[in-house]
Design a protein around this ligand. Structure first.
Ligand code: ZN
Length: 411
């Protein structure tokens, strides 16, 4: 790879996507030896000295995170169900010396997680909320990354068609990205409190499945009339962000999800969509995307005009919009934010990665590089600092992101 220092991170992450781990081709299982790919970096332009050992370490962790996320997303639900996803979380926890908090099945119901429980209760493998927490001494803020982990989305009783269901193994792409990024971020030395929150469920069909018209009480305390069981991601994430706010005391809550098919219409196949209550963070996401290769473009954030799409006569809100021609990806994100409350003083960032989570038939591990870059300033690692939105002098001179707002400061 021949590139400039500033492009090393994005280039390495792009290369990682080209070598997926998951395959069930019979030819692969017959092969006993491991394939090794050697990548050399030749730096050109400014700072064209040898690549430092610390840089290589960071690239190794980042690319392992990308490939871990892609492997989880590529694995079909017959193998990557909620049990196996929890095993993946436990494995990462063990590597990092963190014991995950896991709330599961009937305990979810008992503790008021009506979103996650309601979506996952018809499946053979029960739903779960899992959390990996990193709380170092000297932390100055608390960040939560909340991932949508729908290990399979049939649509539920509002069932998908035979052409729209294939590929729904990828509906856990947000949670997979959070796991890959969390592992890499902690390994590279994360200075602030960081919680990875996984909302795991299989949206299945059975006698116990949620019906349209059912009303669920979510962890936020708000009631939701279900008018579309295929709009399930926002329900599990509403519980996830509420938990991050109420129980983890997060100041910055970022959720990442394969939330809406409409995201591909709004921002295309290559750019994730960002919806946020902070103009600074919106700009930071776009900038981080350009630096790491996981591209991002903003959606309209306007709860005062859009949230009425969810009006219900019998509950606090419905879970799906009245008019699908009214910025549906924005509205879907707003549903999540409404469970924090639109007057919540913290930073809320929502990333819809439905389209860029895959390229053709393969998962991309999208989101891992983006989270590492976006929160690069919270890292001790020089390369992650370099790719963060505030990462080089030129960027700092360009604007004053983060300086003018104490409450919503960038890490
Ligand atoms: Zn769905």
């Amino acid at each position: 790879m021949v590139c400039e220092q500033a492009d090393v991170f994005a280039s390495a992450c792009a290369l990682a996507r080209a070598f997926p781990l998951f395959t069930h081709r019979s030819s692969a299982s017959r092969r006993t030896e491991k394939k090794t790919v050697t990548v050399e970096f030749f730096l050109v332009g400014q700072d064209n000295g040898p690549v430092e050992v610390s840089t290589l370490q960071c690239l190794a962790n980042a690319t392992e995170g990308v490939r871990l996320a892609a492997r989880i997303v590529d694995t079909p639900c017959s193998e990557m169900n909620t049990d196996t996803f929890l095993e993946e979380i436990n494995k990462v926890g063990k590597e990092l010396g963190i014991v995950p908090t896991i709330i599961r099945d009937e305990e979810l119901k008992a503790r008021g997680f009506g979103g996650i429980y309601g979506v996952g209760k018809a499946a053979l493998h029960p739903p779960a909320l899992a959390v990996l927490s990193h709380t170092p001494d000297g932390a100055t803020q608390t960040i939560a990354w909340v991932g949508k982990g729908i290990v399979y989305d049939t649509g539920g009783l509002s069932i998908k068609g035979k052409t729209t269901m294939p590929g729904m193994k990828r509906d856990c792409g947000g949670a997979a990205a959070v796991l890959g990024a969390f592992r890499a971020a902690i390994m590279q030395g994360f200075k602030d409190n960081l919680h990875a929150v996984f909302c795991l469920a299989e949206n299945s069909v059975g006698p116990n499945a949620t019906r349209p018209d059912d009303i669920h009480l979510l962890y936020s305390g708000k009631t939701v009339e279900i008018n579309n069981t295929d709009a399930e991601g926002r329900l599990v994430l509403a519980d996830g962000v509420s938990y991050a706010c109420k129980d983890l005391g997060a100041d910055i809550i970022l959720d990442v999800a394969t939330l809406t098919g409409a995201q591909g219409i709004a921002t295309g196949k290559y750019h994730a969509a960002v919806l946020t209550n902070s103009a600074e963070w919106e700009a930071a996401c776009v900038k981080a995307g350009r630096k790491c290769g996981d591209l991002v473009h903003p959606l309209v954030y306007c709860p005062e005009l859009h949230f009425s799409e969810f009006t219900s006569a019998v509950a606090d809100m419905k879970n799906s919009v009245a008019d699908r021609d009214n910025s549906p990806s924005s509205c879907a994100g707003l549903f999540i934010a409404s469970h924090l409350g639109f007057d919540w003083p913290g930073v809320w960032v929502h990333l819809d990665i439905a389209a860029p989570v895959h390229a053709g038939e393969r998962a991309t591990g999208f989101g891992v590089a983006l989270l590492l870059a976006l929160f690069g300033r919270a890292s001790e690692d020089p390369l992650l600092n370099l790719v963060s939105p505030l990462g080089c002098e030129v960027d700092v001179q360009e604007g004053d992101m983060g300086r003018d707002s104490k409450r919503r400061k960038l890490v």
